[in-house]
Design a protein around this ligand. Structure first.
Ligand code: MG
Length: 277
């Protein structure tokens, strides 16, 4: 695979939705692959993805997990359904994450990531203790493949996430920083948060969004095309440089309509190329 330049634009894309050749045509040669919940981890699937990546000379920096039954409809639904917080699916999601780590290793990818969900603030809470233990086990599993395990930001303030990272106490625990999530969940100014998390940030999403409506504490903000929301992209890029981040700038866009989504990603890649030129 090709070596990448510092702050080179990339794309966050998904099995079941995107193809490597199509993503490359958006103007990038690197990115992060999200694994949809229906994806089956087989040797044949790994061979298919590996040959597609090789054919396009495309570098994957992260493989992302998402789990069956997750919903991002509003904050209470996220709390109830996302990551390792729901008890009924905790073990099966742990096992799927280990399978995803194996799959990432088959593709030669050095990092796995996911949303672990809303971890309770109370450090003696049984869910806090059990999720911390499970995250440690995933770190230890990923370490066997020399992978980092990155937690996606947004569902808690940066200071709380930093405490959790220290409490997990594993050398390969890290952060995938998503500035828009800080806004969508109303958890704090993303540029300040990036300063707090600093050296723990090993990958980023370039995503934008609008703050949630103040009158509804359960509502999430609205994701929007890069440059059109409340993330100040210039400030975000300046802060990334300040903390010494040199990885790819992975554009993430979640629009339902695929044509709209690909259009917005293409525009975002062009914007990042202008801003980093
Ligand atoms: Mg994200």
């Amino acid at each position: 695979m090709s070596s990448l330049n510092a702050l080179e634009p990339g794309v966050m894309f998904w099995t079941g939705r995107d193809h490597v050749a199509e993503v490359k045509q958006l103007g990038v040669r690197c990115g992060q692959l999200g694994i949809d919940p229906s994806f089956e981890f087989t040797d044949a699937a790994a061979d298919d993805w590996r040959s597609a990546l090789e054919q396009e000379q495309f570098t994957l920096v992260t493989v992302f997990a998402a789990y069956a039954g997750e919903s991002y409809a509003d904050i209470p639904t996220v709390q109830r359904t996302v990551g390792f917080i729901p008890r009924a699916t905790r073990i099966e999601r742990f096992e799927r994450t280990c399978a995803l780590s194996d799959f990432a290793a088959q593709l030669g990818v050095p990092s796995i990531a996911c949303h672990i969900g809303f971890v309770p603030e109370d450090k003696s809470h049984v869910d806090y203790l059990e999720v911390r233990e499970l995250v440690r086990r995933i770190c230890d599993y990923a370490a066997r493949h020399n992978q980092t395990f990155a937690l996606e930001t947004g569902q808690e303030p940066a200071v709380e996430l930093l405490h959790f990272l220290h409490d997990v106490d594993r050398v390969n625990i890290a952060v995938n920083f998503d500035p828009a999530n800080m806004i969508l969940y109303g958890t704090g100014d993303p540029v300040d948060a990036l300063g707090v998390l600093g050296k723990h940030v090993i990958s980023v999403h370039c995503k934008d969004g609008l703050w949630p409506p103040k009158e509804d504490p359960n509502a999430l903000g609205t994701e929007s095309p890069l440059g059109s929301g409340d993330v100040d992209i210039d400030r975000f890029l300046a802060k990334l440089k300040e903390i010494g981040f040199r990885g790819p700038l992975n554009v993430e866009r979640e629009a339902e309509n695929q044509q709209e989504r690909l259009h917005d990603i293409r525009e975002a890649v062009a914007l990042l190329k202008r801003l980093t030129a």
